[in-house]
Design a protein around this ligand. Structure first.
Ligand code: 2NL
Length: 348
């Protein structure tokens, strides 16, 4: 190769090379540019290889120029690489950027279960009247669940058909929270004013208004001089606190082994005020059972039934909640469907 031809190539490669390097827009592209400028098949390598045939005087001159071109290109490549690496970092940082001034995402707010709300409201009405809350075991013995409550051994409620017994003889899942109140009377002297909220279990076919478990609030007042009118006044106060100040209470005779007399309690409908509507039918909503505590129950707990009298009542929390919220199928309370549950809001 003619030395002047070689010089022309070196000058051209330097100029072309610096342009290509500056224009490289990625590290990959820069690598390709480097190979095309200084690789084995590059014009610069060709000049390098031709040096051997050039006479010594010119070779020294040309060799120096060739090395200069090489280091100029290498410097430019190193400079551009540093730029490209820097902007790759910048892009990464930009992509990961967090705007700390954005408002946060609110976590979804939970709410109390409607039955929890209603149970608390029922219990509240009575604690404000001076009642205390009593709790007890869900697995009971036959004495507290039946015998003490004047439910004799041959009573149909005691059969396997109606109650849920467990493997241990004589023990069963409590069928009403009365058992808790029996325990209270066994351990405390009158006066006794307690409410017993809790789960109770029965062997029942599951349908829109029945399940094998439901929640109950029972109440018990035993003192000197407690009369049936105290029961009625208490139930009226309860109905008004739960369903509004204009509510009236209606009592029908009913039978429970643990009370005498026993009554079925209905409240005037809070939607139609007792006229009759789709919800109540005839203007009255049957809500609970109650009565004067049977003297034998008081005696079973060691109380002097000549001196003390009392009343008791029991209601299903599901029943109260269904009436209160107009829910027509009790199973909705147990399916855990958030679309149903979130309608009751109360984060009390
Ligand atoms: C209902 C009816 C009732 C009682 C529960 C009771 C408790 C004791 C003594 C006497 Cl310790 N009675 N409880 C009385 C009458 C009715 O419940 O329909 N419950 C869901």
């Amino acid at each position: 190769m003619d030395p002047s031809e070689a010089r022309r190539i070196l000058d051209g490669e330097r100029e072309r090379g610096l342009e290509l390097i500056a224009a490289a827009s990625s590290l990959d592209e820069l690598e390709r540019v480097k190979v095309s400028l200084l690789g084995r098949r590059s014009p610069w390598s060709e000049v390098q290889r031709s040096l051997g045939a050039v006479d010594p005087e010119a070779r020294r001159e040309l060799g120096r120029s060739s090395n200069e071109v090489k280091s100029a290109l290498e410097d430019a490549i190193a400079g551009r690489r540093a730029e490209l690496e820097g902007s790759a970092d910048d892009r990464l940082l930009e992509g990961d950027r967090v705007d700390v001034t954005l408002p946060g995402r609110r976590p979804r707010q939970g709410s109390l279960h409607p039955l929890t709300i209603v149970q608390a409201q029922i219990v509240d009405v009575f604690t404000r009247m001076g009642y205390r809350v009593a709790e007890g075991p869900e697995i009971e013995d036959e004495w507290h669940n039946f015998e003490a409550l004047n439910i004799p051994p041959d009573h149909p409620a005691r059969t396997m058909k109606d109650s849920l017994y467990i493997d241990v003889p004589g023990l069963l899942l409590r069928t009403e929270t009365s058992a808790v109140q029996i325990r209270t009377m066994e351990t405390e002297e009158p006066p006794v004013y307690v409410v017993a909220p809790g789960r109770v279990y029965r062997r029942e076919a599951v349908d829109a208004t029945h399940g094998s478990m439901f929640q109950q609030v029972e109440g018990l007042a035993v003192d000197e001089g407690i009369s049936f009118s105290d029961l009625k006044g208490t139930l009226e106060a309860f109905a008004r606190a739960m369903f509004g100040p204009d509510r009236r209470v209606r009592l029908h005779p009913d039978y429970f082994p643990f009370v005498e007399p026993g009554v079925q309690v209905a409240v005037s409908c809070f939607l139609c005020d007792g006229v009759g509507c789709r919800v109540c039918g005839n203007g009255w909503i049957e809500l609970l059972g109650a009565g004067m505590v049977h003297p034998r129950v008081l005696q079973n707990c060691g109380y002097d039934a000549e001196r003390f009298t009392g009343f008791a009542f029991g209601m299903g929390v599901e029943r109260v909640a269904m009436v209160r919220y107009g829910v027509e199928d009790l199973r909705l309370f147990y399916e855990g469907d958030v679309r149903f549950l979130e309608q009751f809001g109360g984060a009390a």
